[in-house]
Design a binder for this molecule. Structure first.
Ligand SMILES: NC(=O)c1ccc[n+]([C@@H]2O[C@H](COP(=O)([O-])OP(=O)(O)OC[C@H]3O[C@@H](n4cnc5c(N)ncnc54)[C@H](OP(=O)(O)O)[C@@H]3O)[C@@H](O)[C@H]2O)c1
Length: 327
């Protein structure tokens, strides 16, 4: 198949590009900074020669959006919103004007669309959307608004020959440098991987190979459209999540952190505490109902697999420094 991935140069795009290319597909990446032969330049907001890549493609998987790993200042929040809404709109326009529109358009969304809650898991049918929870910082509602506007843009696109699926993805865990698993591993190995603010908040996650398999499943299943949760079936409290990660790395202790310590840490990392403190309890209702099975349903095993791959891919490291593998 010809598969076009707008915004495919980032963490998730790297995972998909690698797997889909290895499976023999012809993958084209739309990027603002083309470097490789199969990169095509676009700006994420206006039509241009790039639309030729969409015309005649089988599948479009739009991942474009300003990174959420930043301080949630008004300027950054606006950029997070605009880059997602505008790029989704323009992908819809390109599909609508294609002579041979793609069969399916998978549009990235996020598990963050659901409410901050502890009491019950969110599936697509009974889950509660966020934005009105009491006792959480007001700006958290803005992240939910980004997600709902993002999905609405795809829903409203007039693309009658193209099936549309919104991917409500949890954190995609891959061993690649700079991804979320790498950052959490780095913290765990420095002894900082303890509970944050009590650690009762749920962490939803998905192993990268299950993420790719779920994408392939959704491409193949013509009967599935609309929002689909891409998360392993067993989200777990942050303290248990980090304990399992520490075990996988063989690190015995993880210092606990209070909410204000997390705030300092986030400031130092130029990130935001919402990523650590919001309880994301999201389960894959529709995928399971449709018969999808997870190769990595439980976090302790998934973490062990990811640690093994990280160790294979890179020279060994310790919390105090990097040193070459003794092999
Ligand atoms: N990582 C996760 O676990 C996860 C989980 C759930 C949802 N998501 C969502 O999935 C998408 C991909 O995630 P990711 O982790 O791969 O993100 P990422 O590493 O930040 O990559 C996103 C890509 O979007 C492009 N982009 C950034 N700003 C843009 C703009 N203003 N206009 C057009 N394109 C822009 C960039 O490509 P160029 O610079 O090459 O143009 C970038 O490589 C994001 O929207 C993210 O919110 C991610």
């Amino acid at each position: 198949m010809r598969i076009v991935i707008p915004g495919g140069t980032g963490q998730v795009g790297t995972v998909l590009d690698r797997a889909l290319t290895a499976a023999g597909h012809d993958v084209v990446v739309l990027t603002r900074h083309p470097k490789r032969d199969r990169d095509v330049r676009w700006d994420g907001e206006t039509l241009g020669p790039w639309t030729a890549a969409i015309d005649g493609a089988d599948v479009v998987i739009n991942l474009a959006g300003r990174s959420v790993s930043c301080r949630y200042t008004p300027t950054n929040l606006q950029a997070m919103m605009d880059s997602r809404v505008n790029s989704t709109w323009i992908v819809g326009e390109a599909i609508a004007s294609a002579a041979r529109p793609p069969r399916v358009w998978l549009q990235m969304s996020t598990a963050t669309i659901y409410a901050h809650r502890f009491d019950a898991p969110n599936d697509e049918a009974t889950g509660v959307l966020g934005g009105t929870e009491p006792g959480v910082p007001r700006y958290w509602a803005y992240s939910v608004r980004i997600a709902t506007n993002w999905e609405r843009e795809q829903e409203q696109a007039k693309t009658p020959s193209t099936r549309k699926v919104a991917l409500r993805a949890a954190m995609v865990m891959s061993p690649d440098r700079g991804g979320v698993f790498d950052v959490l591993s780095w913290m765990a190995r420095l002894g900082l991987g303890g509970p944050v603010a009590g650690g009762a908040q749920y962490v939803s996650w998905i192993h990268d190979s299950d993420f790719v398999r779920a994408v392939e499943f959704l491409v193949a299943r013509d009967d599935l459209a609309g929002p689909v949760n891409l998360a392993a079936p067993a989200p777990l409290p942050q303290r248990d999540f980090m304990r399992a990660l520490r075990t996988a790395w063989g690190v015995p202790v993880g210092l606990p952190a209070t909410a204000w310590m997390a705030e300092l840490g986030a400031l130092a990392l130029r990130s935001d505490t919402e990523l650590l403190l919001k309880s994301r309890r999201v389960v894959p209702g529709r995928l399971l109902e449709a018969g999808f099975t997870f190769d990595h349903p439980a976090w302790p095993e998934a973490a062990a697999d990811l640690v093994r791959r990280a160790r294979e891919a890179r020279p060994r490291t310790t919390a105090r420094g990097r040193f070459p593998s003794s092999k």
